[in-house]
Design a protein around this ligand. Structure first.
Ligand code: CA
Length: 355
């Protein structure tokens, strides 16, 4: 018992110290979710350039691996809902009808046309957000994690800014099941590009708590690095997937523990912050003026954890905020007390925080 308290207070102290050294200071931070994805196809360099110019503090990268062990920036290991992979490689789908990043080499992926997120209904492609950049217009390509870092560092150089990166390791259990250590690969690239201490403008995020603990306790010390880690927290009903078993069958990952004070205390032993879904902080069924706010932010702050929830979108404003994104920002920043946020519309949050 004594030992765990000691570990907790050390984590707390280091977290507080890091908060003071954070380049963003106590200022609220704007994280461009997949770039300025409200305006351009997600995770394209074009979407990152736009978010950079809009004044975001951090640009997000979702990371998956290819057959030839390259890290590419794309929303998940399925490629069929953001590209024309099904047109180009019709024979390469798996039994479940999906196309996996891991089944393609980087050279093959470079031939894909990337676009905004869509669903295929009755053979027709329907955009998830119909008012956004039209499907398959112009030409957008996939790129590697290294290429995106060089892009952002290049922009930092030419503009004199110091915009940070916010990579997410996607589905590490899946990739490890496929024989690939995506976490180690990610950390090696970060180190190579100079992101190796808590003072550097980077947060590393993951949904998988066991993997984040492995990163904190094994991989970072092994590589002589120290980074700010963010525990992503999904809504309980999402039932985050993990892989077990030889045939790739899924078991559900139980994240009930994350919604308790004890759970947050555990997270504070290895993470520097949390990134919960917005619905975790305010019950989406709340009535205007009668918000049901969870104690998660208050508890997290007491434990020295920053809170950067996801995702603010004009298309997904709950009724309690009157369909108004700015009102929603106001509720979360002023009443709930969050420290930053993921948004598809970084310009709107930058403007809100200026006022
Ligand atoms: Ca993400």
């Amino acid at each position: 018992m004594k030992k765990s308290y000691a570990a907790l207070s050390i984590a707390l102290l280091s977290t507080l110290a890091c908060g003071a050294q954070n380049p963003a200071g106590n200022r609220k931070v704007v994280i461009a979710h997949r770039g300025a994805s409200g305006y351009l196809p997600e995770h394209t360099l074009e979407a990152k350039a736009l978010a950079f110019q809009m004044g975001a503090d951090y640009l997000e990268q979702d990371l998956v691996m290819t057959k030839d062990d390259q890290l590419v920036v794309v929303h998940g290991y399925y490629l069929d809902n953001t590209s024309n992979v099904a047109d180009l490689y019709p024979d390469r789908k798996r039994k479940d009808g999906r196309y996996y990043s891991i089944d393609f080499t980087l050279a093959e992926l470079r031939k894909l046309q990337m676009t905004s997120e869509f669903k295929t209904k009755g053979g027709k492609r329907v955009p998830n957000y119909p008012a956004r950049f039209p499907l398959f217009k112009s030409t957008f390509r996939i790129h590697t994690f290294q290429e995106e870092i060089e892009f952002i560092q290049g922009l930092n150089f030419s503009t004199g800014k110091n915009i940070g990166i916010y990579p997410e390791i996607k589905s590490p259990a899946f990739f490890r099941h496929e024989g690939k250590d995506i976490s180690k690969a990610t950390l090696k690239v970060l180190k190579e590009y100079g992101y190796d201490s808590k003072d550097d403008p980077v947060y590393l995020q993951c949904f998988d708590a066991e993997e984040l603990q492995r990163i904190r306790k094994e991989l970072l010390p092994e590589l002589g690095m120290d980074l700010k880690l963010i525990q992503l927290i999904s809504e309980r009903k999402w039932k985050t997937k993990k892989v077990y078993g030889k045939n790739g069958s899924y078991n559900r990952y139980d994240n009930k523990w994350m919604f308790t004070r004890e759970g947050l205390e555990k997270m504070a032993t290895y993470a520097d912050g949390i990134s919960p879904s917005l619905a975790t902080l305010i019950d989406p069924k709340s009535k205007k003026g009668q918000l049901k706010i969870s104690p998660m932010v208050k508890d997290a702050h007491e434990l020295g954890l920053v809170v950067h929830p996801y995702t603010f979108r004009v298309e997904r404003v709950p009724a309690y905020a009157d369909d108004n994104l700015e009102e929603m920002f106001g509720i979360f920043f002023n009443q709930v007390g969050i420290d930053g946020a993921f948004t598809d519309f970084p310009d709107r949050l930058v403007n809100f925080l200026k006022q």
